[in-house]
Design a protein around this ligand. Structure first.
Ligand code: SF4
Ligand code: SF4
Length: 573
C-alpha cells in the first residue's frame, strides 16, 4: 500500500520506507543534490535538496527524510529556492575563482548549480580554503582548496571500494578531506581505482593528466609512437563526443589515432586473448591440487594492489599474469617495434584505457623490472576525448571517408573483459575446449550475464564441471572472499574487478555515468561478442601466429618470462 504525497499541488504515491527524494525522482521530479548518490547511504550534509513540508517549521533535506505518512511538499517555492541559493553561495564563498583553469571546467556540479540558481556575484565573502595540492599519485590528484566537503569520495572509497583511504579530518573551519594519518596519496593505501574522482562534484579530485607530455613525441619523426586502446574505451568515448551511450567506435578509433600522429595501433584485447591462453594453461597446471581458494584473476590492477595489501594470504591463488594492457605493451615493445622501426630511434608505448589504476600500475616496480616501463604514457578515455577536440578532427568525416582501419593486430574474445563477468566467460570457453576437445556453445553462459555485483555458474565439462564466479566492487569482493574462507562458497575460478560493473565503469571513463549508461556500455560489449565470427582466444589468428612465430607453447618458457610477475604482499601503508 503506497503513501499519498501532494507535491506542488500534484498527487504522487510513495513507497513505504523510501525518502522524499527517491519518491520524487521515481516520479520524474528533479531536486538538486550534491552529497547524495543513489547507491550510497544518505547524509543530508549539503542541504541542497531541501524542500518545504507543510506543518514543519524548518526546511527538510529530501534525501534523508523518510516518507512515513501523508505529506504536502513544495519543492521549488521561493523560500526553498532562496535557501538553495544561499547554500551554494556559502560553498562559493571560500572556493577558488579559477574555473577557467580547472580540470572540471564545464563538468563541475558546483558551477552548474551556480548557473541554475542564477548566482552572478559573490555576496558572501569567506576565507579561501588552504592546503597544498597532492600530486604524488601517478593516477589521482587531490586539491583540498576545491573541496566542498560533500563526502561522496569518503563514502565511495569506504562503502563500495572497501579501501577507506579518504576521510574527514580536522574540525570547524579546518575540516577537510585527507588520507589517514595525513599521508600523501602515493604513500597511502589508495588503489588508484578512480571511483572517488568519478563522483567528486568539483575539481577537488581529478586524474593525473598525461596527454600534454605525449604531444612532443607525436610530432617527433625519430620516435615510433605505438598505441593500444581497450574495448571499454571503444564503447564509451562516443559519450564525450555527442554520441549515444553504448555507441561502439571501435572501427573509428584506429583511424582517429593514426590521424592524431600515432604510428601503430593495436587493440588491448589482443593482450586479453593472450592472457586467456596463458590463464587456461595455468588453470590446467593447478588442476587437481588441493586448494581452499579458486584460481583468482589478476587483470585488474586496483584489485591486485588491494589483494597485496589486504589479503596477502591469497597471493598463491592469484594468477601470476600481468594485466592485458601490460601484456599488449610487452608485445608492442618486444615483438612489434622491431618490425616497424624503419630508421626511427626511440619507441614510445601508449595505453588509452578506462582505468586510472593502470597509470599507477605502469609505474609500479612489478611492471618495471629494470626500471624501464613497458607503457610510457597512460591516457584515460577522457584524455583521448580532449586530444580529439584539440585536434579539430571530425569523427563523422573520418567514419565516412576511411574504410581501412590501420590496426594490424586484433583481439577477439578478449573484448569481453571490459564487462563484469566477461573475463570469466571467455576464459571458460578456452578451458572447456582444453578439457573436452570441443567448443563450448557460448549461450551456455547467457544467464551469467546478469547485472549484479556477483554472478556464479557451473558448466559441465565432459565428466567434470567448472564452477565459476565473478564479482565487481571491492566491498562485494571482500564479502565473497569471507564466504569462500568460511567454506560456504566453492569455486574453481574467480574473476575480481575492482570497479562496480567492471572496466566499462573505470575511473577514467566519462564522469558520473547513470545506470542506463552503464547498461548501454555493457550491452555494446556483449553485442560485439554476439556478432563476432571469432569468439574464443584460441581461434584468434593473430594470437595463433604469435604463438607459432614467437611465443611457442602457451604456458611455456617464453610466455612465462614475458607475461608472469611476482605479486608481493605489502603492508597497508
Ligand atoms: S582512487 Fe579509489 S582507493 Fe584511492 S582514494 Fe579514490 S576511491 Fe579510494
Ligand atoms: S573531494 Fe570532492 S567528493 Fe570528496 S568531499 Fe570534497 S568535493 Fe566532495
Amino acid at each position: 500500500m503506497g503513501i499519498r504525497l501532494e507535491v506542488n499541488g500534484r498527487e504522487i504515491i510513495a513507497e513505504k520506507g523510501e525518502t522524499i527524494l527517491s519518491a520524487l525522482s521515481r516520479h520524474g521530479m528533479h531536486v538538486p543534490t550534491i552529497c547524495n548518490l543513489k547507491e550510497l547511504s544518505p547524509t543530508g550534509a549539503c542541504r541542497m535538496c531541501v524542500v518545504e513540508v507543510e506543518g514543519l517549521e524548518n526546511l527538510v533535506p529530501a534525501c534523508s527524510f523518510p516518507v512515513e505518512g501523508e505529506l504536502k511538499i513544495k519543492t521549488h517555492s521561493s523560500r526553498v529556492l532562496r535557501a538553495r541559493k544561499t547554500n551554494v553561495e556559502l560553498l562559493l564563498s571560500n572556493h577558488p575563482d579559477d574555473c577557467l583553469y580547472c580540470e572540471r571546467n564545464l563538468s563541475c556540479e558546483l558551477q552548474s548549480l551556480a548557473e541554475h540558481l542564477h548566482i552572478r556575484e559573490r555576496r558572501i565573502p569567506g576565507k579561501k580554503r588552504s592546503g597544498g595540492i597532492d600530486r604524488t599519485s601517478p593516477a589521482i590528484v587531490l586539491d583540498p582548496a576545491k573541496c566542498i566537503l560533500c563526502g561522496r569520495c569518503v563514502r565511495v572509497c569506504g562503502e563500495i571500494m572497501a579501501t577507506s583511504t579518504l576521510d574527514f579530518a580536522g574540525r570547524g573551519n579546518e575540516l577537510k578531506i585527507s588520507t589517514s594519518l595525513a599521508k600523501t596519496l602515493d604513500e597511502s593505501n589508495c588503489t588508484a581505482c578512480g571511483q572517488c574522482l568519478n563522483v567528486c562534484p568539483t575539481g577537488a579530485l581529478t586524474e593525473n593528466i598525461q596527454f600534454p607530455g605525449l604531444e612532443p613525441h607525436l610530432s617527433d619523426p625519430k620516435a615510433l609512437v605505438m598505441v593500444q586502446y581497450t574495448p571499454a574505451v571503444a564503447v564509451s568515448l562516443g559519450e564525450l563526443l555527442g554520441y549515444r551511450p553504448g555507441t561502439d567506435l571501435g572501427k573509428t578509433i584506429p583511424v582517429l589515432l593514426r590521424r592524431l600522429g600515432f604510428d601503430f595501433v593495436v587493440e588491448s584485447s589482443l593482450g586479453a586473448d593472450v592472457m586467456i591462453m596463458e590463464q587456461a594453461a595455468i588453470f590446467q597446471e593447478r588442476k587437481g591440487q588441493e586448494k581452499p581458494y579458486p584460481l583468482i584473476t589478476s587483470s585488474c590492477p586496483a584489485w591486485v594492489q588491494f589483494c597485496e595489501m589486504n589479503f596477502p594470504e591469497l597471493l598463491p591463488f592469484l594468477s601470476p599474469l600481468r594485466s592485458p594492457a601490460q601484456i599488449t605493451g610487452i608485445l608492442m615493445k618486444e615483438r612489434f617495434a622491431g618490425q616497424l622501426m624503419h630508421g626511427k630511434k626511440r619507441v614510445i608505448s601508449v595505453l588509452v584505457t578506462s582505468c586510472t589504476a593502470a597509470k599507477r600500475e605502469a609505474k609500479s616496480g612489478e611492471m618495471t623490472p629494470q626500471g624501464i616501463p613497458v607503457i610510457d604514457f597512460v591516457l584515460t578515455t577522457r584524455e583521448l576525448a580532449k586530444m580529439i577536440r584539440l585536434s579539430g578532427l571530425d569523427l563523422e568525416k573520418l567514419q565516412s571517408g576511411e574504410t581501412e582501419a590501420p590496426v594490424m593486430i586484433h583481439g577477439y574474445a578478449g573484448k569481453l573483459t571490459a564487462a563484469a563477468g566477461g573475463e570469466a566467460e571467455c576464459l571458460t570457453r578456452s578451458i572447456y575446449r582444453q578439457e573436452t576437445g570441443s567448443e563450448m556453445d557460448p549461450s551456455k553462459l547467457q544467464r551469467f550475464r546478469i547485472h549484479k555485483s556477483y554472478r556464479e555458474a557451473t558448466v559441465k565439462t565432459g565428466k567434470g564441471s567448472l564452477r565459476i564466479g565473478a564479482v565487481n566492487g571491492l566491498a562485494e569482493a571482500v564479502r565473497l572472499l569471507e564466504e569462500i574462507r568460511a567454506g560456504r562458497t566453492q569455486l574453481d575460478l574467480l574473476e575480481v574487478m575492482a570497479c562496480p560493473d567492471g572496466c566499462i565503469n573505470g575511473g577514467g571513463q566519462p564522469l558520473r555515468a547513470r545506470e542506463q549508461t552503464l547498461r548501454a556500455r555493457t550491452k555494446a560489449i556483449f553485442d560485439l561478442d554476439n556478432g563476432a565470427e571469432i569468439r574464443t582466444a584460441h581461434h584468434n589468428p593473430d594470437v595463433n601466429r604469435l604463438y607459432k612465430d614467437y611465443l611457442g607453447q602457451s604456458g611455456g618458457e617464453t610466455s612465462r618470462s614475458l607475461f608472469q610477475t611476482a605479486f608481493t604482499g605489502r603492508k597497508d601503508n
